[in-house]
Design a protein around this ligand. Sequence first.
Ligand code: SF4
Length: 87
Amino acid sequence: MPIIQQGLTWQAMARCVEVDPEIFFPERGGSSKAARAVCSECSVRQECLLYALANREQFGIWGGTSERERRRLRRLSPSRNNVALAR
Ligand code: SF4
């Protein structure tokens, strides 16, 4: 996860602040395994994913998902994403 923004308290608990941010932006065809491993142990993974979906984050690993996976999630349930994000 790249940038900590004001007003996003969940980011204060983000596990990725402890590691090199470059691992969350693998080169095309590169491995996202290291980033996903960090995300898998993160207590705010759901908040991170919802944020990425709401903001249509196009690059990097967010909430343990790739850009492609987030596009698929938005296509599968766009209205459900909106409901979850409205909470
Ligand atoms: S889920 Fe991953 S990218 Fe999101 S805050 Fe946690 S460690 Fe960072």
